[in-house]
Design a protein around this ligand. Structure first.
Ligand code: SF4
Length: 450
């Protein structure tokens, strides 16, 4: 593994750099490579970008990676590049390489893990053809902040961007000749009014229309921050927030009303609705319906484990069935057309359903098959102080609520609060027979390699 000092040294010494992004599906250009390109050119280096492995006379190859579930495409591309360019030095960075460092330390490649604050100071090179869809050509891509104070169990951000910070040179990420900007912050609202206002004033001044992709966290919305956000020229559905957990019930609705009351059009607000995680189907449906009641668009987001190594493996949580998840996803993706139907009617085939549920699916919908019946209820959920979530005074209770959201452990697939956990683990002691575990581990390895 290397740090960014080594990267800068190698860039300094290189005469030609090949920037490489494997040919997986993605929408946005590779921001890290765009910044590397600027830096390399400032050093007088020749730069080339490709998405297909090729033979090159470059002395340095910088590879970016993205989704862990594109593992095979990424690893195969890296290996091919190494075979055809045995003499070139290779550095691999990006999300997938940061979370699976060992997998990418192959064939003499060095992994640059996490994010480089120094590289972030560079402006992105928009002059190269980054092979994006032409609808994004008129867009700038930038982060104004890094990190997120939350630690959701279904998110990598805490592992990659460990510190919370405002990017010192965020304005450099914007090409003011472009009419649109994609703000990629994880949680701009957590950085408070002054920063949001600063960002809003800038985009208002240059009349650049923005999309705040994932950046708006309902827990941090108040009248002041909503007012500041309302100054930003916004593209349709460009204020993107999330109603991922039933614990957000009440706070979410209140935040959306605050945004709308501050002058943001409800047509410009969209909420991701995570499902197939720890929720029940009815809970997820309730969250999506609440969005519709507020007049905003829900966008269903089916959970898959964050370290999943293949795109085509459909994870099914214990409280869902695959068909139920597919039907739910389809219904809510098409909610604009089907809103006159309820999901239940739709899934019974009374709408234009191609996704009728079976008796087994219905038993999951009705929770008959759900082992954990202690899940959070929909209405009047009791909080730690005995109040209903809807009655909690907005603002005062955030810390209490936030603590409740910190229940996702850092270590995946373990749980907090299990009675006598240590005693149970100790009593298991030597109960694991290696010969019994081997076939299971081999099966897991096989699946992960698919
Ligand atoms: S709020 Fe969003 S960015 Fe922050 S940890 Fe949760 S999912 Fe990740």
């Amino acid at each position: 593994m290397i740090d960014d000092k080594v990267l800068f040294k190698l860039l300094n010494e290189a005469k030609k750099v090949l920037l490489f992004e494997p040919n997986y599906k993605r929408k946005y250009p590779p921001l890290g490579l765009m910044k590397l390109s600027t830096l390399a050119k400032l050093n007088g280096c020749e730069v080339e970008f490709t998405r297909q492995p090729k033979k090159t006379d470059a002395d340095l190859i910088c590879v970016t990676t993205l989704f862990t579930y594109d593992h095979k495409i990424t690893i195969d591309a890296v290996k091919t590049l190494q075979v055809v360019n045995p003499k070139a030095k290779m550095i691999i960075g990006g999300v997938a390489a940061s979370v699976r460092k060992k997998d990418f330390s192959i064939g003499g490649a060095d992994v640059l893990s996490g994010y480089s604050e120094h590289l972030d100071l560079c402006y992105p090179d928009y002059s190269i053809d980054w092979m994006i869809d032409k609808k994004w050509i008129d867009w700038s891509f930038l982060f104004t902040t890094r990190g997120c104070p939350n630690s959701c169990g279904y998110c990598f951000v805490q592992k990659i961007e460990k510190e919370l910070m405002v990017c010192k040179e965020w304005k450099k990420g914007i090409d003011i000749s472009k009419r649109f900007a994609m703000v990629l912050d994880n949680n701009i609202t957590a950085f408070g009014y002054d920063h949001i206002n600063d960002v809003a004033n800038y985009f208002e001044k240059y009349n650049i229309k923005c999309c705040l992709d994932n950046a708006v966290d309902c827990k941090y919305i108040n009248t002041e921050s909503a007012k500041a956000l309302s100054k930003i020229p916004i593209v349709k559905r460009g204020i993107r927030t999330a109603f991922d957990r039933i614990a957000e019930d009440g706070i979410f609705q209140e935040s959306i009303e605050t945004l709308i009351n501050s002058g943001i059009s409800k047509y410009n607000i969209m909420a991701y609705v995570l499902f197939n995680y720890k929720d029940t189907p009815k809970e997820a449906n309730y969250r999506a319906k609440e969005c519709v009641k507020l007049g905003i668009a829900p966008y269903p987001a089916r959970y898959k484990p964050i370290n999943s190594l293949a795109r085509n493996i459909r994870y099914v949580s214990p409280k869902w069935t695959d068909r139920l998840a597919i039907s739910f996803n389809h219904f809510w993706l098409m909610a604009g057309y089907y809103r006159k139907y309820d999901f239940e009617e739709y899934a019974k085939g009374e709408g234009k359903s191609r996704y009728k549920l079976t008796d087994e699916d219905w038993s999951y919908w009705n929770e008959e098959n759900v082992a954990d019946s202690n899940g959070e209820r929909l209405e009047g959920r009791s909080m730690s102080n005995g109040q209903s979530s809807r009655q909690l005074p907005f603002g005062e209770s955030r810390e209490t609520i936030q603590r409740k959201w910190e229940s996702d452990p850092d270590v995946l697939r373990v749980a907090h609060g299990i009675p006598q956990r240590m005693d149970r683990i100790r009593s298991l002691g030597n109960a694991i027979v290696p010969q019994v575990v081997v076939p299971i581990m081999q099966a897991i390895k096989t699946i992960e390699e698919i």
